[in-house]
Design a protein around this ligand. Structure first.
Ligand SMILES: [Zn+2]
Length: 466
């Protein structure tokens, strides 16, 4: 019954192929939440994979319909050992983005795990099946090594709609606020800052997704005969976007800019580097907000991106002025940005700059969150990871991408610790998604260490010192 035995046990699970078998089976479920006819598979994943795994660990589980019609179900799980023990809430999502089967490299398929050296390919390996498979296995190892006890209480919520913006998650957590009460939230999603750097992140940038569209006519008209007499929606839209963000990626509308970086955030980010991995793209050092490092731009600043842009048919252009143009845009933003008023501010900005014909539709809003870096749970988790890996983890105030952390931080009021098991080059949301075997193995050990330490009691914040 020792910590190192728990770590050994979970390493053996990886080395003997147990982890690969579990992950491969889970990747085999086509849980593409964006495909409307995949509802049965979403439910199956919870019923046949997650619930049985949790029953084996002594959890009671129940599956709940989504309060939002035609969206994936939830699974709620409980395991109670004692009223005086700390309680952890964890989370995972079993849905994935579309497989895009035909676009994967020769020899790969999204729906099987293909191991090529260090790379484990398959849809969901990085996001999020690989990550929650690690955490469930780490719990199992601790439980086995402690003779059927964890030493803490555990609750879990799984959703099947994260890739759709987590519909219903806020409603469910609000309704179950008492039932999901806990002392700390520990879960895994998203990437480490680099493959070789274990990372803790404490929140995420928020996301404001919006569509800009210019819909002027039902038909396209000959560009020679009508050019000059008709307003071109493509030109108007390009200029509208350019009024929000300049050619260097600097946001020019005040309402979408964050407050200046604090010294504490700058310090936390000082040793973090964006990119630099073998498969990472080259970082554009001279792009984005002037005066900031690329790291500060990703983790401490806001960015406005164009995700998709369309007018006419670029594959088969014709000599015509298109009738409409549209762009899907996204603001990633940090805590402190006044995003509640963003819609009105963008509208007012467009009108003031002569773009009243540009329609604005907000499609998604996930608020930004950030646990205080001095919170005692942060120190506890950092010490635990250091004890397992021999090196203090990178602590990110928030990750650049979005997780539905505001629901856990704000609705449930929990200190939120995220321990990511993916890495920046994982091709999450693209063809050839993969995780790294070495990172998965280290992740298993880190999580087993964290869960072991949570049940041990020593070094825990406040009331749970034992
Ligand atoms: Zn995702």
């Amino acid at each position: 019954m020792t910590r190192s035995n728990a770590l050994e046990r979970v390493s053996r699970y990886f080395d003997s192929g147990g982890f690969l078998a579990d992950l491969d089976r889970r990747v085999g479920y086509r849980t593409e939440s964006e495909e409307v006819d995949h509802g049965a598979t979403l439910l199956e994943y919870l019923e046949r994979e997650i619930a049985p795994s949790l029953h084996e660990l002594g959890f009671s589980t129940r599956i709940m319909d989504n309060p939002v019609a035609a969206r994936g179900p939830f699974l709620i799980a409980h395991r109670h050992e004692g009223d005086d023990f700390p309680t952890v809430l964890s989370y995972g999502h079993g849905d994935v983005v579309r497989g895009h089967d035909s676009r994967w490299r020769e020899g790969l398929t999204p729906w099987r795990v293909t191991v090529e050296g260090a790379h484990w390919f398959g849809r969901g390996t990085a996001d999020n099946k690989g990550q929650h498979t690690i955490n469930l296995a780490a719990l199992r190892a601790v439980l086995a090594e402690r003779g059927g006890r964890l030493g803490f209480n555990a609750k879990m919520i799984f959703e099947m709609g994260e890739e759709m913006g987590s519909p219903g998650l806020r409603d469910v957590c609000t309704a179950l606020r008492d039932e999901l009460a806990a002392d700390v939230f520990i879960a895994s999603d998203g990437p480490r800052v680099a493959a070789g750097r274990p990372t803790l992140f404490l929140g995420s940038r928020g996301v404001l997704g919006f569509e800009l569209s210019v819909d002027l006519r039902d038909a396209a008209y000959h560009s020679g005969h009508w050019g000059g007499a008709l307003r071109n929606p493509g030109v108007v839209l390009a200029n509208a976007i350019a009024s929000l963000v300049d050619a260097q990626g600097r946001i020019t509308i005040d309402a979408l800019r964050p407050p200046p970086l604090t010294g504490a955030i700058k310090n936390a980010l000082a040793e973090v580097e964006v990119g630099g991995g073998d498969e990472d793209p080259d970082v554009d050092v001279d792009y984005g907000e002037p005066g900031l490092t690329p790291t500060e731009r990703v983790f401490g600043w806001n960015t406005l991106e164009v995700l998709a842009f369309g007018a006419g048919n670029p594959a088969k252009p014709v000599y015509a002025i298109p009738g409409r143009a549209s762009a899907i845009c996204q603001l990633a933003y940090v805590v402190g940005t006044r995003c509640e008023g963003a819609e009105a501010a963008i509208r007012e900005h467009l009108d003031r700059h002569g773009f009243s014909c540009v329609d604005l539709r907000i499609s998604l809003h996930m608020p930004a969150t950030r646990l205080d870096i001095d919170n005692p749970w942060v120190r506890w988790a950092s010490n635990s990871v250091a004890r397992t890996t021999g090196r203090a983890p990178v602590i990110l105030p928030n990750i650049g991408g979005a997780v539905p952390n505001d629901i856990f931080a704000d609705v449930l009021g929990l200190p939120t610790l995220w321990v990511p098991h993916s890495y920046p080059g994982c091709r999450q949301h693209a063809p050839d998604e993969h995780m790294l075997g070495g990172v998965a193995r280290e992740g298993l050990r880190m999580m087993a260490g964290l869960f072991w330490d949570l049940g041990e009691g020593s070094g825990l914040p406040g009331a749970f010192q034992r």
